[in-house]
Design a protein around this ligand. Sequence first.
Ligand code: CP
Ligand code: NVA
Length: 311
Amino acid sequence: MTLNDFLTIHDISVYEFSEILDLAEKIKDKPQLVQKKLAHKVLTMIFEKPSLRTRMTFEVGMLQLGGEAIYLSPSDIQMGSRESAFDVGKNLERWVDGIMIRTFGHAIAVDLAEVSRIPVINALTDLCHPCQAMADFFTLREKKGALAGLKLAYVGDGNNVCHSLLLASAKAGSHMTVATPSGYEPDPKILKQAEEDGKDTGFSYRLTEDPKEAVTDVDAVYTDAWASMGQETEKDERQRTFTSYQVNNALMASAKSDAIFMHCLPAHRGEEVTDEVIDSTQSAVYDQAENRLHAQKAILLMLLENTRKNG
Ligand code: CP
Ligand code: NVA
């Protein structure tokens, strides 16, 4: 299978969703089988926000596939102020084989993909974080087996990570409950897309303001930062609003006894999660971080190995 771009999980089929997870599993098991698959291919990585995991896993992933990755820092190209997304795309497509972008507005990544003849990968926008959710569902499958029917609770801010988890749940046929304070629910457009994508997969979701109700009897409890990158000025207000949404031992006790704890990281220990939970044997956070590498290598192969974009 070849994909054109990877901007949101909504754009891929149920079949492609499983294919990425299956390929990630094969790559994790036998990385040597794919070690030259992207020989001489170059990925440009545009970062307009900071990163540890995303930068490392894309860079290491390209190296392990025989290719190269070039990092462009937030101050390098200053897309939109120094140069338009259109001109950035029109330049990059002349030199490299693919673009990875981490930016603010989702429309910036969409515009870049539209104008570029080379594949574009969304490595986090304000709207979604699809590579993270692919690694997370790969992790869930490793730990829990079949994804269909699995119960996942997301507690905290209805943000980009929550959106991609909803879209992944829809493709996988999982059940997701989302507990947020009023006014911080997931974007209705994403909920509509998830409903559409999940109508034949067995997917369901529920929104609530009650974290305890959300996690009752679930297989996995997920949380993320209360203030995402770009929301730094709202940090204090959000800390007050989200206090009762902390994932601690008392909350975990309502989930199944073998439930796992998940977080995309970076974690704000003592805020959205306590040390006792993130450092517990139930925590899967470093497996999730490792799986970013394997899942993204699968995505890179599908996008860059035999690109068919624009003909
Ligand atoms: N989870 C994640 O995307 O981490 P970074 O922000 O460090 O890339
Ligand atoms: N929601 C967080 C995720 C970080 C990986 C953010 O956008 O900052």
